[in-house]
Design a protein around this ligand. Structure first.
Ligand code: ADP
Ligand code: ZN
Length: 608
């Protein structure tokens, strides 16, 4: 008889949630999803990052007999989740290329013997004949297909192996399948259903709102000063700063180090060993700032990333949302700041046009850029614009974004825009913002003289605005679609058809009054986006508990957050439990952790 252990654990999902995970209640649609999968149904789960997707398959895997098989394309994520589950006393393992053949055999054996609650598998491994045979002889609780948007050819994470996952349904028709993704747009959603054969499953669509993230979008004026002011508000906190180029990543990281911050660079030009080391430090140490290209972030589920900064425009709203979504998975207040300039837009347009993608694809990419620019230039609530992009309506302005906190004033900019448009026209629609603004301001640069642009009727007609103000006008006019940023050239501006009614005076244009760039801190008494504790005493105890956590984490070489989340430590500070039982009631303290860490944390609370 193989040593198949009878399930000792309770089989009610709520009990599993409480005893194993230490949480009081399911969030959002988790309970519905868990019930559906526990009773054998297929599901497609669409939830934003940090929404709590993992529990949707982890709990059913524990409740149903057999092993939950989790298909995940990201080795780093598998590793993290397995570590976190083991801390909870769950029997979890991963099979992927990072394992030596001996280790892999051990995992396979444990699986065959029914000793695992959850097994994370890379898709290419799952699809091998030998693994399929192995599964045929095992008891499987469910298949979870994480990052399910990888089936989509249009998506940025396309994985051909994902296409073959329909095979699971054919070979194991009675095993429920749950596909999960944080990529929400309609076409991707439909493609997942079709490709993974989920037509008979239920779709669980959650709100994509991330209310704890404060959005802040500002034109680049003095990016270094803007970044410094922002970081002053985030001392000792972990965060990610995205830059478009490797060179800028290196420069920015160095500048931060020079200012005394713990900052590390990460980009595809660094060797694999350095990248792995930096990533590891980001996860395992506290308060590390990762300065990175978009090569960083996929599969990082560190819950206490307190901020995400974009020093350059991301590629699309989806990319922006995914990248900013890495902040605040633990639900505590977090901040996302984006700085952008019209040059960024020109650069991105050139990327799109220079690629050898088919025209239809390029058109889609251009539309995505336009939408992004619309978000940057909007005078209304950022969150409303973001969510409407994902076909979701937020009825009221959010109160937690820059435009809500510091409402934007607008003015009738029709004349200003007319001046700009005619200047672009007179200079023959070939020049970028810099030169056009020179002409408007009446600056006789060498180029202006050489081209005799000082002879034009529009030379010097714009001296009532400053250069920065003109830049703001150009950005807004581009965002409104009145000016196009030219393609082959170097950001040359040209008129679009839509500008005719404006030139003829038939259409008025409202422009935003540019906010003067100032440190985020001075933002009119808006409450800080930082998580808060009550008193200095509380703060002291909190720091003490963090130090204890870090020590325990170091000893096991795991990230501190797999021991307890910040939110859990904060609650311990608030409650100041006097007994193990009281500590066990704190959200995030399950039975295994109570047993392992309860006594030392109680002692720390007692002492002080
Ligand atoms: P996703 O995979 O959707 O990005 P996760 O599964 O990593 O999100 O969950 C995000 C965070 O929220 C995790 O740290 C998790 O422990 C926590 N969490 C999820 N569900 C609950 C719940 N019901 N109660 C308390 N915390 C939860
Ligand atoms: Zn808002």
């Amino acid at each position: 008889m193989p040593a198949v252990q009878p399930l000792e654990s309770p089989t009610d999902p709520k009990d599993v949630l409480r005893h194993v995970f230490g949480y009081d209640s399911f969030r959002g649609r988790q309970a519905e999803i868990v019930d559906h999968v526990v009773s054998g149904g297929d599901a497609l789960v669409l939830m934003p990052t940090g929404g709590g997707k993992s529990l949707c398959y982890q709990v059913p895997s524990l409740v149903r007999a057999g092993t939950g098989i989790i298909v995940s394309p990201l080795i780093a994520l598998m590793h993290d989740q397995v570590q976190a589950l083991r801390q909870l006393g769950v029997k979890a393992a991963a099979l992927n290329s990072a394992l030596g053949p001996g280790e892999a055999r051990q995992v396979e054996r444990a699986f065959a013997m029914g000793e695992l609650d959850l097994l994370y598998v890379a898709p290419e491994r799952l699809l091998t004949d030998s693994f399929l045979t192995l599964m045929q002889g095992a008891r499987i609780a469910l298949f979870a297909i994480d990052e399910a948007h990888c089936v989509s050819q249009w998506g940025h994470d396309f994985r051909p192996e994902y296409r073959q996952l329909t095979l699971l349904h054919e070979r194991f028709p009675s095993v429920p399948r749950i596909a999960l993704t944080a990529t929400a747009d309609g076409p991707t959603r439909r493609e997942i259903v079709e490709r993974l054969g989920l037509e008979n499953g239920r779709v669980f669509l959650s709100s994509f709102d991330r209310p704890n993230i404060r959005y802040r979008i500002a034109p680049k004026a003095n990016p270094k000063a803007q970044l410094r002011a922002f970081l002053e508000e985030h001392e000792d906190e972990a965060g990610i700063i995205y830059c478009m180029s490797r060179a800028k990543v290196e420069q920015t990281a160095q500048a931060l180090v020079d200012e005394g911050r713990l900052a590390l660079p990460y980009h595809a030009g660094l060797d694999a060993e350095t990248r792995a080391r930096h990533q590891d430090r980001f996860l395992k140490e506290e308060g590390v700032v990762m300065v990175a290209t978009i090569a960083f972030g996929m599969g990082i589920d560190k819950p206490d990333v307190r901020f995400v900064v974009h020093l350059d425009l991301p590629k699309s709203i989806e990319a922006y949302y995914q990248e900013t979504g890495r902040a605040g998975r633990d639900g505590l207040p977090s901040e996302a700041m984006l700085l952008y300039g019209v040059e960024d837009v020109a650069k991105l347009i050139q990327f799109v046009e220079a690629s050898d993608a088919p025209d239809a694809r390029k058109r889609v990419e251009r539309q995505k850029l336009d939408a992004l620019l619309g978000l940057c230039e909007t005078a209304s609530c950022r969150r409303q614009v973001l969510l409407s992009y994902f076909e979701e309506t937020l009825p009221e302005p959010c109160g937690n974004c820059d435009t809500c906190l510091e409402p934007v004033k607008t003015f009738d900019g029709t004349q200003v825009v007319q001046k700009l448009l005619s200047c672009v026209y007179r200079t023959e629609q070939r020049f970028g913002a810099g030169h056009v603004i020179d002409v408007l301001l009446g600056v006789s640069t060498e180029r202006v003289s050489k081209l005799s642009h000082d002879q034009l009727s529009t030379f010097g007609i714009g001296t009532d605005l400053s250069r920065d103000e003109w830049r703001a006008v150009v950005r807004q006019v581009v965002a409104l679609g009145l000016l196009k940023v030219d393609v082959e050239g170097h950001g040359g501006l040209s008129l679009s058809d839509e500008c005719r009614p404006v030139l003829r005076g038939e259409r008025a244009v409202q422009l935003k009054v540019e906010k003067r760039v100032r440190p985020a801190r001075a933002s009119g008494g808006a409450r800080s986006a930082k998580p808060v504790l009550g008193s200095p005493d509380d703060e002291q105890l909190y720091q003490k508990l963090r130090a204890l956590r870090l020590e325990l984490a170091r000893a096991q070489s795991v990230p501190p957050y797999v021991i307890f989340h910040d939110a859990t430590l904060m609650e311990i500070v608030r409650v100041r439990p006097r007994s193990l039982a009281a500590l066990g009631d704190v959200s995030g303290v399950g039975e295994a952790k109570l047993e392992r860490y309860g006594p030392v944390f109680l002692e720390a609370v007692r002492a002080g």
